[in-house]
Structure formats: structure tokens, C-alpha cells
Design a binder for this molecule. Sequence first.
Ligand SMILES: NC(=O)c1ccc[n+]([C@@H]2O[C@H](COP(=O)([O-])OP(=O)(O)OC[C@H]3O[C@@H](n4cnc5c(N)ncnc54)[C@H](O)[C@@H]3O)[C@@H](O)[C@H]2O)c1
Length: 349
Amino acid sequence: MKIHLVSGGCGFVGRNMVRRLLTTTKDAVFMIDDLSIGRHPKEWLENFTSEMRGDLEVIGEEKRLFFWQGDFRNLLFYMRENPRYIQEKYHIDFEKFTDVFHFAAIVGGRLKIEGDPMMVALDLSIDAEFFYWITQHKPARVLYPSSSAAYPVSLQTTTGAIALSEGDIDFDKNLGTPDMTYGWSKLTGEFLAQIAAKHYGVPVVCIRPFSGYGEDQEQSYPVPAIAARAARKENPFEVWGSGKQGRDFVHIDDIIDFIFILLDNVKDGSAYNIGSGQLTSFLELIDLFADIAGYKPAVKPLLDKPVGVHSRYANMDFVDNKFGWKPKISLREGMTRVYEAQLKQLNRQ
Ligand SMILES: NC(=O)c1ccc[n+]([C@@H]2O[C@H](COP(=O)([O-])OP(=O)(O)OC[C@H]3O[C@@H](n4cnc5c(N)ncnc54)[C@H](O)[C@@H]3O)[C@@H](O)[C@H]2O)c1
């Protein structure tokens, strides 16, 4: 039996990955989440049924989804003490995890990244424990989600913003300063990924997603928050900062698609952008949602809100040349999907 591990499996990216694994494979999935941010699977899995096997929740008729609720670091500690901890305690018969997706992290929106940077720095401890474990366990393949936040903020200013290319992070040159402790932890994670691949022979690939969004993302992120306000026809429409700051939005379905292409092709710990290559300002995003909602609001800037870097967007040439990959979901289509989801929720209230 193949069994994959998904840490942070109840968070935004994790939920989408777990659903994809369950629908496109017959494999088992071992999911870990402390539910600090994530939502219990009964809220996001269809036809949810479960039974307990000790403190492990076994989900679904086919009993191939396992949910271990708690701090991933504790489980990593138990597995370090006893490499067959999961097999013995929960009577699951397997040798090694096949694919390991490590989404457990303290992420948050801009408010958390700038408001409580030392809490976000705890990601360093989660990642250090994680990478040590994979060098011992040696799963078949590992996905480490870095972030576009790992790029130097000096390349994302009002006057000097450029489309960020993979080569703008080079561990043999001056790395610049990434975005707060969040960016530092991701940059460190990428370094650890390369060490795991080169010194321990563990196949790892890193991704640098830009602004991932989707229908079931938390309201602390701008896309669903703006969509919900457009669905309520907010007027005047509040925007954080001037609204001229821009991001590169990419739909979660595209992110998941590309992760599998990378896992099949990359093993050396290197990192790849996942974006659209298109810079969209928040004013443009509000325009788009207002257009989808069919009205024309006035815009009210909230200048005391944190906005982060001015412009962050991807250069997708390297990915296109190497893999011939481009996102399939256009900005309008993706945002329409998010809008419809928010409207449905509003109509239910
Ligand atoms: N969503 C994006 O656009 C995006 C962009 C760049 C990078 N990433 C990276 O992808 C990963 C997943 O991001 P996300 O958007 O799904 O975030 P998220 O906050 O929705 O998911 C993270 C999950 O990890 C869980 N978690 C946190 N600490 C934990 C711990 N110690 N033990 C167990 N579970 C823990 C949370 O409860 C949450 O469910 C993160 O590493 C993030 O940095 C995401």
C-alpha cells in the first residue's frame, strides 16, 4: 500500500492536496494538523464518516484517510524515538511514506506576518524537526513549500520592482533580506532542502508560490475577504493602503497541478516559482470583483493598515522553458469562482 503524509492537511493548501490525493489515487493519506488555523475534515470532506483508533481518526468508508490531531513536532519527536511509531501504535502496515507534503506552518496574512513576527519564527523549529526526520526516514519524495516571501524585499519596492526569477535567490551570493521572519524561515527551509537532497540523498523539491487563492481560503486573506465584501456590495469599498500595491495571484488548483509535475521531475532541493507572471494591484482586484458583482463602488484607502512590499510578481520564464507549464485558470475565471462561493455563503446566512 502507498501512503502519503500531509502535514498541515487541514489548512488551505493541505485540504486541497488531501482532496486531490483521495480523488485521483487509491493511496492512503496520513494527515496531521493541530487545528490552530485548519478546519476539521468533517467541515470540508464530502460524505464524512469516521471512527477513532486510539487518538487517530480513521476517515471514510474506505478507511484510507488518517487524521492525527496535534503539533507536528510532537509526532516528529515520537517518530524519532521510535521510527515505527505510527505502524506499531496505529496498526498501519507500511514501510516508508511515499510522498511527503509539508504544509504545517504558521502563516497568517499580513497582520500576523508583521504583527507577531516571533510567533511566525516558530516555523524554523517546525521545519528543522521536519528536515531532520526526513533524512532519517527517507521517504520516496518530499515537497517543501517555500514562498515568494523568500525573495529579497529590495527587488519589490515602489520604484525598483522586477518580476522575480528563481535565480534571484542564490545561496552562493548575497541573499538580501527576505520578507520578515516568515521569509527568513522559508529561505532557511530551502537551504535545508538542498542539504537534505545533497548530503542525505532525499529527493526534495521546493515551491515558491506567489499569492495562492481559492474558493475555500480563510477570510484573513485578501482575495476571499474582498470577494465577500463585493458580494455584499460594499460601498465605499475599503482597501488596505493606497491599493496600488500589487501581487501575483494564482489559483490553488494550478498550484496543486504543478506540484505533481515537479515531484516527478525534481529531486535536488531546488525551488520553482508558482505564479501567473501577472502583477495585479488591489485597486484592479477590487475593480474586477465589483465588475463581477455588477456595481461601481467608490474606493476608500485605509492608510494605517499593513500592506507589505509594494509589488511582488513572478517571472515564469524558467518554469515555462523547463516544463512548458503555465497556469490554466485565468484571473477572471478564478476570481469569479471565489465570488460565487462567497455569494453562496452570504445567501445561506
Ligand atoms: N497559500 C499560499 O498562497 C501560500 C503561498 C506561499 C507559501 N505557502 C506555504 O504553503 C504552506 C501552507 O499554507 P496555507 O496557505 O495552507 O496555510 P494555512 O495556515 O491555511 O495552513 C497551515 C496549517 O498548518 C497547521 N499548523 C500550524 N502549525 C502546526 C503545527 N505545529 N503542527 C501541526 N499543524 C500545524 C494549521 O492549523 C493550518 O491548518 C505554508 O508553508 C505556507 O507558507 C502558501
